[in-house]
Design a protein around this ligand. Structure first.
Ligand code: ATP
Ligand code: MG
Length: 772
């Protein structure tokens, strides 16, 4: 047996050793699914399968690179280099470049990112004179996106009256027209958006049997990671390509399906067995990633979902510490607690920054975490949000580069034609645009032919337009022979972009120049890397494709040591020794927008399962009592998910009863410098009353400022004497009858049967009750 095969358990080895046929590996988090794919590829190669014949589709390009590195170690670098590995988008963008002309696109087509697409849609809504409050461009974009991912083309849309009706019902009867216009504008600009990369691949494989055969023959072995999150469009591509040889291995976990909102279809996984002949089904049950506590806690959550495949996940790893739950007053406190805890863990357990991840439901939550980490001087990196390549100055440079590669690219042209200012104003642009529509030409072509077109544009403006076009053309000529770095370097200098920022002189301007330098360094690195590859030369076109499809994770070179901050969606497939899941509050997580149906709620629960199963050694859950949402400070309630975790795996840093409801007053405020050992003491041990924390004057002032509507904290109800039989009133739960009192001192609790809340146990020290 090959030595590396010993690094798998029996269950993992089985799908690795099955060379041919269709197979599916269904298994819970951390059980080695990705490892199976990696080793399977190495094994196929050791059996003599040509790497050119293996296609492996992953969730991020970074995951693909990591797999490749591992495979290189086993089979050698020169062979592994030739594997087709990457995301659906990056692999099929490559194929579309070869075949673009068949579909009427130039092979140098631009890839529009979300910003570009939305800007086109915004322009269409404006040009059609539609109400932008009804036709919200982001909504329209996501609607069009979901049509594309379900393979509903413009033609199909108009053939299906139900779709038109549905859009009319949601007060957007002209959505179909926007869709049509959007597709036309993109096509005219020689641009594909992200969804087109899948849609057009499908079109290519459907319309051109010879192309389909070519790629069926090339990709004799196909592997797909995270199969549960493939959407319909991706599913069809995989199905078409694997149809001939049926050597397909997919791995996934239905419990980690978290992209239904983007059209991922869990049925793909459920129907796999029907789609191929003699499907072998494999299951893995042993988790290698996490402690017993984490694995068991995660199992106890996912159990609550009704729609699921029954699975066993267990681990031989240590029991590990329990999952810590903490309640904080505000997101600022939450940030300080997390930063303090990371600081402590790093010291006490000799960990690196990179061993910690902070996961949240929405990007907006990162700010409070960042502030706290900065104060503690803990380096961090945010994934997602506005990525480097979407920053204004970077997009400006990239737009020049895009334009010189594809002069039809209207979004790029609009961005740079008058930046830096060249005296080409909006009126001129409008005239050019109208002429473009009239003659069916792009703006660039109109300018090129300006002398032959009857346009009311004066002489001096014509000269400016001429100069612009000539400058771009000179760059194009340069790009024919020079590498991406040389071109980019020339462009930043010759266009006056950097000079413009230098003139600015503000700290922001300087930061922008630094970013441009950073971009140039990145391009240089890229060029060096490409030159080592057999089938690449470091051209600008290659670089632009790489940038267009880089997911945020991809820019993580892992060469510096930072805490990772990201949404849970991005964390899929990753692992970290310590994981902090923050903002576990109703309406936030589960998201208020995803609680209407059971299936939505179940997706949120799977998201929680994904989050928790990223942790290797320890997980922390936090929630706040109030949080700024939509610019207002609102009361927050602990997430139902906290209650759903079996409490034997939990370690509550707050009186345990409290996490089930939101006390109206919190006297338990932590100071700025959180010391975990102190926190530990403040955690109530069973039976012993928690120590009282009398807030300082400054803390009280802060509290009052945060919650002006709150009653004075010092008038908390511990003043009133309660006994069984009393009738009380609670601000949230309404009237209630006291059933029993137990505990003493700070730990004194009342069991009360409320009209609006049922029976609750409240800690009297916190509860705000009025005797009636
Ligand atoms: P997820 O569902 O989160 O994507 P997964 O099923 O893909 O998880 P992997 O990431 O492949 O799981 O494996 C989880 C961890 O366990 C990795 O660190 C991996 O290296 C390790 N691992 C997997 N199998 C073994 C094994 N047989 N021996 C030792 N370590 C293993
Ligand atoms: Mg995985």
């Amino acid at each position: 047996m090959e030595a590396y095969l010993a690094e798998l358990n029996d269950a993992q080895r089985a799908p690795v050793l099955q060379k041919d046929g269709a197979m599916i590996v269904i298994a819970g988090a951390g059980s080695g699914k990705t490892r199976v794919l990696t080793y399977r590829i190495a094994y196929l190669m050791s059996l003599g399968v040509d790497p050119f014949n293996i296609l492996s589709l992953t969730f991020t390009n970074k995951a693909a690179r990591e797999m490749k590195t591992r495979i290189s170690k086993i089979v050698g670098n020169s062979e592994a280099k030739n594997l087709w590995m990457g995301t659906f988008h990056s692999i099929f963008a490559k194929i579309l470049r070869f075949e673009a002309e068949k579909l009427g696109y130039p092979s140098n087509f631009t890839i529009y990112d979300t910003q570009d697409s939305q800007s086109v849609i915004r322009a269409i809504i404006k040009d059609m004179r539609l109400d932008k409050d009804v036709y919200k461009y982001k909504q329209v974009y996501s609607r069009i996106s979901s049509y594309k991912n379900s393979l509903i083309t413009v033609k199909a849309y108009f053939q299906n009256p139900e779709l038109k009706e549905a859009d009319a019902m949601s007060k957007k009867p002209r959505l179909g027209e926007i869709y049509q216009e959007y597709v036309e504008r993109c096509f005219k600009a020689g641009a594909m958006d992200f969804d087109d990369l899948l849609l057009k691949t499908n079109e290519l494989l459907n319309r051109f049997p010879e192309v389909l055969h070519k790629y069926q023959n090339r990709f004799r072995y196909i592997l797909v990671d995270e199969y549960q999150d493939t959407n319909h469009s991706q599913y069809l591509i995989v199905k078409a390509l694997s149809d001939k040889f049926q050597n397909i291995c997919v791995v996934g976990d239905d419990a980690q399906s978290i992209y239904a909102f983007r059209g991922a279809n869990i049925n793909n996984i459920l129907n796999f067995q029907k789609d191929y002949d003699n499907v072998q089904m494999y299951r893995l049950e042993q988790n290698y990633r996490s402690t017993k506590n984490i694995v068991n806690a995660a199992n106890s959550i996912i159990e609550k979902n009704k729609t699921k495949l029954e699975k066993i996940v267990w681990t031989a790893n240590d029991e590990g510490p329990k999952i810590v739950v903490n309640r904080l007053l505000t997101d600022g406190e939450e940030g300080r607690f997390v930063a303090g805890s990371i600081f402590e863990n790093r010291m006490q357990n000799q960990m690196n920054n990179g061993d910690f991840a902070i996961l949240y439901r929405t990007n907006a939550q990162s700010r409070a975490m960042e502030d706290a980490l900065r104060k503690k001087e803990i380096p961090y990196r945010i994934y997602g949000g506005l990525s480097f390549y979407q920053r204004k100055e970077i997009k400006d440079v990239l737009s020049y580069l895009r334009l010189l590669i594809n002069p039809k690219d209207e979004e790029a042209l609009k961005r740079v034609i008058n930046y830096p200012a060249r005296g080409i104003g909006q009126t001129t642009m409008d005239k050019l645009s109208i002429a473009g529509n009239q003659y069916g030409k792009t703006i660039f072509e109109i300018i090129e032919n300006i002398d032959h077109i009857d346009l009311k544009i004066n002489k001096s403006t014509r000269t400016k337009l001429d100069n612009f076009v000539n400058m771009i053309k000179s760059f194009t000529i340069l790009a024919e022979n020079a590498d991406a770095f040389t071109v980019a370097d020339t462009v930043t200098k010759k266009t006056g972009l950097v000079q413009e920022l230098k003139k600015d002189g503000t700290p922001e301007g300087i930061a922008r120049i630094e970013n441009i330098e950073e971009l140039l360094n990145g391009i240089k690195d890229f060029v060096e890397g490409q030159k080592e590859l057999a089938d690449a030369d470091g051209s600008l076109a290659e670089f632009l494709e790489d940038v267009a499809l880089a997911t945020d994770m991809d820019k993580d070179t892992g060469d510096d040591d930072r805490v990772a901050l990201m949404t849970i969606h991005l964390a899929k497939g990753l692992e970290f020794p310590y994981v902090y899941i923050v903002g576990l509050e109703e309406d936030l997580f589960p998201s208020g927008m995803s609680m209407n149906t059971r299936s939505e709620l179940e997706e949120e629960r799977r998201l929680f399962y994904v989050a928790l199963t990223r942790a290797e050694k320890q997980a922390y859950l936090t929630y706040t009592q109030s949080r700024y949402r939509w610019g207002k400070l609102v009361d927050a309630e602990p997430s139902r998910f906290i209650e759903e975790v079996d409490e034997q795996y939990m370690d509550y840093m707050i009186p345990q009863d409290d996490y089930k409801y939101k006390p109206l007053i919190d006297t338990d405020i932590f100071g700025d410098d959180i010391d975990k050992s102190k926190l530990r003491q403040s955690k109530p041990k069973k039976g012993t009353p928690p120590p009282a924390h009398k807030p300082s004057e400054s803390q009280l002032r802060k509290l009052r400022k945060l919650k002006p509507a709150s009653p004075e904290p010092e008038k908390a109800t511990n003043a009133i004497k309660l006994e069984a039989g009393n009738v009380v009133e609670h601000m949230r739960f309404g009237k209630g009858k006291v059933l029993a009192i137990d505990g003493v001192g700070q730990d004194k609790k009342a069991e009360i049967d409320f009209e609006n809340g049922g029976i609750k146990k409240l800690l009297l020290r916190f509860a705000k009750l009025k005797l009636i």
